[in-house]
Design a protein. Structure first.
Length: 348
């Protein structure tokens, strides 16, 4: 699904359920009519491209941090709550994890309140993508548009903020996810003012705040005086690519590969093919340990296996897949080092 750019889109994301196609044998696939084969293959393509999340240690760790954040908010609402920031390079799963947390949170809140998914009286989660070159008015206008609140001519950022806060309080919003937050550059006057506006806005709501951004520890977001204020109230979970240098690293990588392999809707693929020592190392070297690059590599190879009729992944088929540029970057980093480096998520 596309990134939710409105409250309606977010609700569609929350209620959407991916449907895994029936696993047919090669003989059963061969016996299908041309139309049925096309329908079956389209269902498999949709499944391969779906936002199916494989449980990882990072998901468990970040979920725990969000629970701590929610507990702090419940314990003391008289002071500004802390923010959790998920940082990392492109392709390591930051947005995927944040959206999964938002989906789980909304589902849990609605269950607790006894409200169905189509009840419009609440909006437990707001998901905002920060636009580049953001100003205070641009930022708050984006939030306003997301919730469907018209911005009248002449409204400035504080006025928009007042109206947005009033609406979100009525909608019982309790989690705010701010993605692409690295676009807030606090070393410029407009960026610093936008960051200050975001800080003031989130502090007016009893909501857990989750930031997502690329390499936040080295970003302009944390620069200058405003950056210092943000750092003072923000935990940063550094989401890194998988390592391969230790036994623990390799076990974690094998678990991830096995989880993704189990999702492949291929009739002739033998489970365990990708988790042999040679194949696991090959996949790590191709992707640089990036979960997003691994998903793209296996997905493209699986689609080609369906189109070609081989119905299985092979080393040759994987070799033919053109890598995304983040994987190329990771592959170059692997090639330039003497040995694999152990990289794990850390809370900073």
């Amino acid at each position: 699904m596309a990134v939710p750019d409105s409250l309606t889109g977010w609700r569609d994301f929350v209620t959407h359920r991916n449907t895994e196609p029936e696993r047919l044998s090669t003989d059963q696939i061969t016996a299908l009519s041309a139309d049925d084969r096309e329908t079956y293959d389209e269902a498999r393509f949709a499944w391969i491209g779906a936002d199916v999340v494989v449980d990882t240690k990072d998901i468990t760790a970040v979920t725990h941090q969000v629970r701590l954040l929610r507990a702090r908010l419940a314990a003391n609402r008289s002071t500004a709550g802390r923010t959790l920031a998920i940082s990392g390079r492109a392709g390591v799963g930051k947005s995927t994890i944040a959206m999964l947390l938002g989906k789980k949170h909304e589902t849990a809140v609605r269950r607790k309140l006894g409200l169905p998914a189509d009840d419009l009286t609440v909006a437990p989660v707001v998901y905002l993508v920060v636009p580049p070159g953001c100003t205070p008015k641009m930022l708050m206008s984006a939030v306003s548009r997301w919730i469907g609140l018209p911005v009248r001519r002449g409204w400035d950022a504080p006025t928009i903020t007042d109206h947005v806060v009033a609406v979100l309080r009525d909608l019982k919003t309790s989690m705010i996810i701010v993605d692409e937050v690295h676009n807030l550059r606090t070393n410029s006057s407009a960026g610093a003012e936008a960051a200050s506006t975001l800080k003031a806005f989130t502090e007016r709501l009893d909501a857990a705040v989750i930031f997502c951004g690329i390499d936040l520890l080295d970003s302009d977001l944390l620069a200058g005086e405003m950056g210092r204020q943000i750092r003072a109230r923000t935990k940063i979970y550094d989401l890194r690519a998988y390592g391969y240098g230790s036994v623990g690293d390799r076990e974690a990588w094998l678990e991830l590969v096995a989880g993704m392999e189990a999702l492949l809707p291929l009739a002739a693929h033998v489970p365990g093919t990708l988790t042999t020592e040679d194949m696991a190392a090959y996949l790590w070297n191709r992707t640089g340990g990036s979960i997003g690059s691994l998903r793209n590599l296996l997905g493209d190879a699986a689609i080609e296996a369906i189109l070609s009729g081989s119905e299985k992944l092979t080393r040759a088929g994987l070799d033919d897949v053109i890598l995304d540029q983040e994987a190329v970057r990771g592959q170059s980093a692997v090639s330039s080092s003497m040995k694999p480096t152990s990289l794990k998520g850390n809370v900073v």
